[in-house]
Write a protein that binds this ligand. Structure first.
Ligand code: SAH
Ligand code: SF4
Ligand code: F3S
Length: 441
């Protein structure tokens, strides 16, 4: 028997890339590869890259530089670049980095095995098409291996929103939703393999409109169908756009038992002037009203957000409006970034805010968010929540999992197993996690 070849994949960027890396590993499994976590053992290295900010994109080139030594030591080693940098800069990567054998975009990775065969024969391969065939379809025949208790499942890809700062509509292409039956089939398969929590993914997941029985399915309808799958205990979804938060989805948050009380709903800025320039098509007031309606449906929901500071022409008053919005919402979680100019996007051409000003604003925003996060976390003490245990903790007998609200929770000496879902009383709140006590079920 021939020893299997080894594949090392390094993943950057969002959850969609994590999902895609799993699919690429499966596709390459069909070509005789097994995964390794040691690049020095690999016959092929794949970098699954992110283009969202300049820093993320630059990492690819420095990482490639690091693999030069490996390739010199092992001339048979093949190096590939996948993901959003591959899509945006494929030709340039090929030109700048002779050691790259293969470049594959996020919509064509089901063709990896054929590309691998070509590079094994000594060629180079580039595929950044948006092919007509469905990449998910060709990836359906995968091994039925057991897996951990949580999984991502891509239901929608691409974006038609064209926010003025964002590369996603260019790297991932137009919005496409997978048919509902395919999503349900993949979910059932995951549950058979041990998964108890599924996070539905899409760059614009709440814009999901899949074909299904009886016509068009909304995300809410899909969630209700998933809610009926025996053994699937928890459903989450990310990332949502405020303008696609439909009534049925808001209602589902109040009524659907397995839909978790957590919503990532980026607003980016609290200034209407900036929101307009960002092409976000919503106002700060509209966002606040939306949050009110969501909280009316599900009072304990934890709201999470994304913020960009120092967008072109952002003044101190604009930034203050963002802080005011944050004060008004009370975030349980948030991600914040300095605006980064992205080639080809409209905002890249506009008057830029000084980097020192961006840094100072980011610091102030993050201080406020940290205080809010901590307050939301501290308020969990004394409450009872569900926790899905994902791994052993650092201390003997300790187990760590995620609460319904996505807080990390650890419990001591409980005799629990990975994959157990338990009722836990929260007894303490630390800097990054909660401590709990498992209640007898
Ligand atoms: N689809 C999601 C987010 C995709 S990108 C949405 O619509 O919200 C994730 C986050 O990266 C964005 O929410 C935004 O806050 C940030 N981001 C995107 N482009 C950026 C840029 N050019 N500079 C800084 N942050 C950016
Ligand atoms: Fe990017 Fe999200 Fe805006 Fe789409 S909605 S352009 S993914 S930030
Ligand atoms: Fe990055 Fe592409 Fe995701 S740019 S954030 S990996 S969609």
């Amino acid at each position: 028997m021939v020893a299997p070849k080894k594949l090392f994949i390094k993943t950057y960027g969002c959850q969609m890339n994590v999902y895609d890396s799993e699919r690429m590993a499966e596709a390459m499994g069909g070509a005789g590869y097994v995964e390794t976590d040691r690049p020095e053992d690999a016959d092929m290295i794949l970098l699954n890259t992110c283009h969202i900010r300049e820093k993320a994109a630059e990492k690819v080139y420095s990482e490639l530089g690091r693999f030069r030594g490996l390739k010199e030591a092992k001339p048979d080693l093949k190096i590939g670049v996948a993901g959003c940098v591959a899509q945006a800069e494929g030709e340039e990567i090929m030109r700048r980095q002779p050691l790259v054998d293969l470049v594959v975009g996020p919509q064509s990775y089901h063709r990896l095995p054929q590309m691998e065969a070509r590079v094994r024969e000594g060629g180079r391969a580039l595929d950044t098409d948006f092919p007509l065939e469905d990449k998910f379809d060709t990836l359906r025949h995968r091994p039925k291996a057991r897996r951990g208790p949580t999984a991502f499942l891509t239901v929608q890809e691409g974006c038609d929103k064209f926010c003025a700062f964002c590369v996603v509509p260019y790297t991932r292409g137009a919005e496409v939703s997978r048919p509902a039956a395919r999503v349900l089939e993949e979910a059932r398969d995951l549950v058979e393999r041990g998964v108890r929590e599924i996070t539905l993914l899409g760059q614009n997941v709440n814009a999901y409109h899949g074909t299904g029985e009886g016509g068009d399915w909304s995300l809410a309808r899909l969630i209700w169908a998933l809610n009926d799958i025996d053994g699937l205990e928890r459903i989450r979804f990310t990332t949502s756009h405020p303008n696609d938060m439909s009534d049925d989805l808001i209602a589902a948050h109040g009524e659907c038992a397995r839909l978790m009380p957590y919503l990532h709903l980026p607003v980016q800025s609290g200034s209407d002037r900036i929101l307009k320039r960002m092409n976000r098509k919503h106002t700060a007031e509209g966002y606040l009203r939306l949050i009110e309606r969501i909280r009316a449906a599900r009072p304990d929901i934890l709201i999470s957000g994304d913020f960009i500071v120092g967008f072109p022409e952002e003044t101190e008053a604009d930034f203050q409006a963002t802080l005011d919005l944050i004060e008004a919402v009370g975030y349980g979680q948030a991600f914040s970034f300095k605006y980064s100019t992205r080639p080809g996007t409209p905002a890249a051409e506009r008057p830029q805010v000084d980097d020192a000003v961006k840094s100072e604003r980011l610091q102030r925003l993050q201080d406020l968010i940290t205080r809010q996060q901590r307050a939301v976390q501290d308020a969990m003490v004394g409450r009872t929540v569900g926790v899905l245990f994902e791994k052993p903790g650092r201390l003997p007998g300790q187990m760590v999992g995620k609460s319904d609200h996505l807080h990390a929770v650890h419990v001591a000496g409980s005799g629990l197993n990975v994959g157990d879902l338990a009722r836990v009383e929260i007894v303490d709140s630390g800097p990054n996690s909660l401590a709990g006590r498992v209640l007898a079920s």
